[in-house]
Design a protein around this ligand. Structure first.
Ligand code: ADP
Ligand code: MG
Length: 688
């Protein structure tokens, strides 16, 4: 079987499930093998029926002596069975799974794992995992792998696919790791590692297997990074954009800002300026936590570009954000004579004139000539938009864009400089090691005077008290609040909008009748959205009720309270992004996380928000604590997502880097490895 076959191409059940599997990152057969369990259920204790006791988690093996569906008033539908081994017999019960008596028949030899309970004076094995014994057991009687799941795709189903593939595919030829590396580091063979990560005999084996697979992932990432960096170096294309030093102009501009740049911002500006002066196109990632002030750094870079006579484009993932950048950047730069324009899906072309009056210009030939800076959404990718002298491309929230989009936008200039920006929560040391092909600037310092956003997990019983407190607080400080409605579906459909509208009505009429509220959701026309945000910024409203569309980038410094409904549905990084909408001034800000969740693990995860205020640390915690299928719309974290390896494993990352550097010059002697590198899309790892 070819493990590179795309799932949808296989047909049958795979075709039907292709969409769901893709959510789990499974696009081809091989991906099943690398869909790694996130924990194991210990069903390894196989007991004789006569010796099981209430409260134990056990596996029993025996013969079905009776099995039937039963209908009762209380449970509606029960499945009852009896299983006997040479020592005794035990009752088995399942609820509402009428298909079971069709799968299991009297006389079948079965293996069952689950918890033993005491009911009606008898021991019962309740809702056990089960399988008919023919050969090895995979769902019972062992350490059983539990996988990230999604609706309609259970661990049990995945387990069967993995088991089949492990047996049917040529794992040996899939192993491309040079032998010398394996021996030197005493790593397992790939075949062993895969077998053991899915069906281990002990947790120690899992550890060893995980190490090998993590190493592979990091090693490939490093190697691809090196190759890309070499490519970039080889590109002899020089920029035709001559940069003359405009230091005094820049200083003048800095003087005009209402604040002083942080040291981190100053350093980033210097690094960018140095790149712009070089003949090689810049390829720099500006990483900084939410609210660290990336936009102004971008504005300075574009100003420098403009002073030197070339154009810039900045692309943002949402209209709201593009509009906001248009406002901020026009305010900063139009007084200096820079022409700033906006292009989004719903706006043809809008130019901010020197007096910051917006006027519409229909640019007929679409060759943008008289504009220094174009700000926009994906709409700027349109092939109708061409530039006269595009010298600098900036991509904000770059993790939201695909590789193709990034390369289209760069293609609109002749080797333009590239600055990508992200709040991707990867610790600095790790990012430096991991993304060797990029130059990195870090804003590791918040603007002066920022206070930590006090965060409270707010259980249901405190809700009404919280509402009263919010009203008082807003009055006292003349500040504003966001209330984020629950995440209902991954993409914002009418269901979400309806729920938000209902919530909005209640908040407006029943809870905060004395305050002014507005509702913002993704289905509004972009004009309406813009108007609402402008009005909110101008303090026409006290509270903005919004669907999670406000997640990235919005900047309203007078807002000091962020309320998030059903916070358990969000990932910690998303919560951190949302929380980052407040705490953008010197005022004390607050974040209230409403939740009805009772599950201790979920609560523990959310409590992380009370303690931790650094995006990278929250991301790590999230990875460690979160269960599968619990969180909606997990946006990509950053440049590359690690599937198996952990960002916190610096020693292994360093080892992988070293080995990759050693192998790179002799790559030709490793045909299997080179072939694999070629077959994979190199541009997956970072913006190029
Ligand atoms: P992000 O890095 O999340 O994109 P923004 O660029 O939106 O952050 O900046 C957040 C807020 O901080 C904005 O209101 C901006 O004007 C302000 N800001 C940026 N730099 C500074 C600074 N050095 N001192 C004070 N405020 C700043
Ligand atoms: Mg931003």
């Amino acid at each position: 079987m070819n493990v590179n076959t795309p799932i949808a191409g296989i047909g049958g059940i795979y075709k039907k499930y292709a969409g769901r599997l893709e959510k789990l990152g499974i696009k081809k057969l091989e991906d099943f093998l690398f869909h790694i369990p996130f924990r194991y259920e210990d069903f390894s204790l196989i007991s004789k029926i006569s010796s099981v006791q209430a409260g134990e988690i056990v596996t029993i093996q025996g013969e079905i002596t009776e099995i039937k569906n039963e209908y009762t008033r209380k449970w509606k539908n029960l499945q009852k069975a009896k299983v006997a081994d040479e020592t005794d017999e035990i009752d088995i019960i399942w609820f509402n799974q009428p298909y079971i008596p069709k799968t299991l028949k009297k006389g079948d030899r079965v293996s069952l794992s689950g918890k033993v309970k005491f009911a009606l004076n008898k021991l019962v094995l309740e809702t056990p995992e089960f399988e008919v014994i023919n050969g090895n057991t995979i769902h019972t009687g062992r350490l059983v792998p539990i996988y990230p799941e999604t609706r309609g795709i259970s661990s049990k189903w995945i387990r069967r696919q993995v088991y089949k593939l492990l047996h049917e595919s040529d794992l040996i030829s899939m192993d491309t790791m040079p032998n010398e590396i394996l021996t030197k580091n005493s790593f397992m063979k790939l075949a062993d590692a895969l077998n053991k990560i899915h069906f281990p005999n002990s947790l120690d084996e899992v550890g060893e297997a995980r190490k090998r697979l993590s190493f592979d992932e990091l090693f490939m990432l490093q190697l691809k990074g090196i190759i890309k960096k070499e490519d970039w170096k080889k590109k002899t294309v020089t920029n035709s954009f001559k940069i003359v030093d405009f230091q005094n102009k820049i200083e003048e501009f800095l003087e005009s800002l209402p604040f002083e740049l942080t040291n981190a911002q100053k350093k980033a500006v210097e690094e960018i300026l140095k790149d712009l002066k070089s003949k090689k196109p810049m390829n720099r990632l500006l990483e900084g936590d939410v609210g660290s002030g990336k936009t102004v750094v971008a504005a300075i870079a574009m100003h420098i570009a403009c002073l030197n006579g070339f154009q810039s484009v900045i692309m943002a993932p949402t209209e709201i954000l593009a509009n906001q950048h248009f406002d901020t950047i026009s305010k900063l730069l139009t007084p200096l004579g820079v022409t700033v324009a906006l292009k989004t899906g719903s706006i043809k072309y809008k130019v901010a004139s020197i007096k910051y009056k917006k006027e519409k210009i229909h640019n007929t030939n679409y060759i943008i000539k008289n504009t220094d800076i174009l700000i926009g959404t994906h709409a700027v990718l349109s092939d109708k938009i061409n530039f006269d002298k595009l010298g600098l491309v900036i991509i904000d929230e770059q993790q939201r864009f695909g590789v193709r989009q990034r390369s289209i936008i760069r293609g609109k200039g002749k080797s333009p400089h590239l600055l990508t920006m992200t709040a991707t929560p990867i610790p600095r040391t790790i990012a430096l090691t991991l993304y060797g092909d990029l130059d990195l600037s870090f804003l590791d310092e918040m603007p002066h005077g920022r206070k930590i956003v006090k965060t409270w997990l707010t259980p249901e019983e405190k809700r009404s008290g919280a509402y009263q407190w919010i009203e008082k607080e807003l009055k006292k400080n003349k500040s504003q609040a966001f209330i984020i409605c629950p995440f209902i579906e991954e993409s914002e459909t009418m269901t979400t909008v309806k729920a938000a509208t209902k919530e909005f009505e209640i908040l407006k009429t029943k809870i905060f009748p004395k305050l002014k509220l507005a509702l913002l959701h993704g289905k509004l026309k972009s004009k309406e959205k813009e108007q609402i945000l402008t009005d909110f910024k101008n303090k026409k409203y006290d509270i903005l009720v919004a669907t999670p569309v406000v997640e990235v980038g919005i900047d309203i410094p007078n807002a000091t309270i962020m309320v998030i409904e059903a916070s358990e549905r969000f990932g910690l990084s998303q919560l951190h992004q949302l929380r980052g909408r407040v705490g953008r001034s010197n005022m004390q800000s607050y974040c209230l996380l409403f939740t009805e969740a009772k599950n201790t693990k979920t609560l523990e995860r959310l409590r992380g928000m009370e303690r931790i205020h650094i995006g990278a640390e929250l991301a790590e915690l999230d990875l460690r604590l979160r269960g599968p299928g619990e969180i909606f719309g997990t946006t990509q974290h950053g440049i590359a997502e690690l599937k198996i390896a952990s960002f916190s494993d610096l020693p292994l990352i360093q080892k992988a880097k070293k080995e990759a550097e050693d192998i790179f010059p002799k790559l030709k002697s490793y045909p299997k490895l080179s072939e694999k590198l070629q077959s994979e899309n190199l541009s997956q790892i970072s913006p190029d």
